[in-house]
Design a protein around this ligand. Structure first.
Ligand code: AMP
Length: 413
């Protein structure tokens, strides 16, 4: 199938050709016709499948006839809600490429950065708005954003959005748009809570499944290093010195872990930066740009911060901490060996992570090769270290938290 068969107009076809896309990807082929038919869709597809264009191209097509309103008369006709700042920026970058030859205006709004420039652009009028939930509701409350004219609502990375606790915000946003809008829901996986959300806000949706989340590419070599937890940093340095060259992402589970490893690698002279949920927007964007430009070759990240970020040509992924959900392992290592390149995924497994390896291997239906020839082997009999909580004899029942302590709860990603 070609893009022409998808009934897209000339200005869009021209931009797509200039972006170097020869043919639509599977998710585009399956999704675009339904969106053009004004149907609701629920699409399970991961980053890397071309899912952004799968909604961006038909959205532009649907709006093409309505593009000529004077700037100030423009109303938001398409709203894309996305969980993180990086993803939102990336989506807008895609829209900008695809609408080079239209008069449609897009903008992106997200938190953690000055609100004034975003207000100024919105006041000038846009057709398509890409937003993170918090900043969107904030600007709506201030009467800067009007959602009364939204004809299509896109919820991107819905599973991550719910994992991050945005369910109430998403529902609120959905209610603020017109009742008879078209809703497009995209999600890497469709767990029960996403299904439930879809059932309540989508209208007889078409379902499109781009199965990918339980298989790993044959081009990714996977290696497992058993290592005591306390030796992981030494092992990481050893592997970086002796084995891996090129562009590397190292995944850790917590932002604290990311910071700690970054300090060590910097001290050892590596060109490294990091991204996690507590870093400012500019710092995160800077780190990504440096990595993409080649100023640094190691990026340390939490899963949430790195989710969906389009970085090509990775030589290696290090799972410094193993993820506790096996699908996350598949996401992580899917970032290497893209587009015909080969790559390697190194996984460090300590005694307390052995169960994670079991469920990963079950999901991918593969025994990962164990690499034993390294200086920090794990005693096979080593038992996980269990941190026993001290009994304080508190009279307060477990699970009761004061308002103050709830407020202090910080993001771990
Ligand atoms: P996404 O899954 O939306 O993050 O897209 C992953 C990458 O695929 C991006 O770099 C897109 O520019 C690229 N892409 C999207 N559609 C196509 C296509 N039809 N042909 C080639 N590359 C594409």
């Amino acid at each position: 199938m070609s893009f022409k068969d998808l009934k897209l107009s000339r200005p869009i076809l021209r931009a797509v050709a200039e972006a170097g896309y020869d043919n639509p990807t599977l998710v585009q082929e399956k999704t675009i016709p339904h969106i053009l038919d004004k149907k609701d869709v629920i699409v399970s597809a991961q980053t890397g499948t071309g899912k952004t264009a799968a909604f961006a191209l038909p959205l532009l097509q649907l709006l093409l006839n309505k593009q000529d309103a004077p700037k100030k008369g423009k109303t938001i006709k398409a709203l894309v809600v996305s969980p993180t700042r990086e993803l939102s920026i990336q989506i807008e970058e895609n829209f900008k490429i695809y609408n080079t030859y239209t008069n449609l205006r897009t903008t992106v709004i997200f938190g953690g950065t000055s609100i004034k420039p975003q207000k100024d652009i919105l006041r000038k009028g846009v057709d398509i708005l890409i937003a993170t939930p918090g900043r969107l509701l904030d600007l709506h409350k201030q009467d800067i954003v009007n959602l009364d004219y939204v004809e299509t609502l896109v919820l991107d990375e819905a599973d991550l959005m719910l994992d991050m606790g945005f369910i109430d915000d998403v529902r609120k946003i959905e209610r603020l748009c017109t009742k008879d809008k078209q809703v497009l829901l995209f999600s890497a996986t469709i767990p029960h809570k996403v299904e439930y959300l879809a059932n309540t806000i989508l209208n007889t949706p078409e379902r499109i499944e781009i199965a990918q989340n339980s298989s790993t590419s044959k081009d990714v070599k996977q290696l497992l290093y058993y290592v005591p937890k306390r030796n992981k940093i030494e092992l990481c340095l050893h592997v970086l010195r002796n084995t891996i060259k090129g562009n590397i992402i190292i995944f850790r589970r917590t932002k604290f872990g990311v910071d700690k490893l970054e300090k060590t690698l910097l001290k050892n002279g590596y060109k490294v930066d990091s991204i996690h949920g507590d870093k400012s927007q500019t710092a995160r964007q800077d780190a990504l740009n440096k990595f993409k430009k080649g100023d640094i070759n190691i990026l340390i990240a939490t899963d949430v911060a790195a989710r969906g970020i389009d970085i090509n040509e990775l030589d290696a992924v290090i799972n410094f901490d193993l993820p506790n959900t096996p699908e996350t392992y598949v996401h992580r290592i899917g970032r290497t060996a893209r587009a015909g390149h080969s790559g390697t995924a190194y996984s460090f497994c300590s005694a307390d992570e052995k169960n994670y390896i079991k469920s990963i291997q079950q999901l991918i239906q593969l025994q990962i090769d164990i690499f034993e020839n390294h200086p920090y082997p794990l005693d096979p009999k080593a038992k996980p270290i269990v941190h026993k909580s001290k009994k304080t004899g508190s009279k307060h029942r477990k699970g009761r938290k004061s308002q103050a302590s709830k407020k202090k709860k910080k993001r771990w990603y």
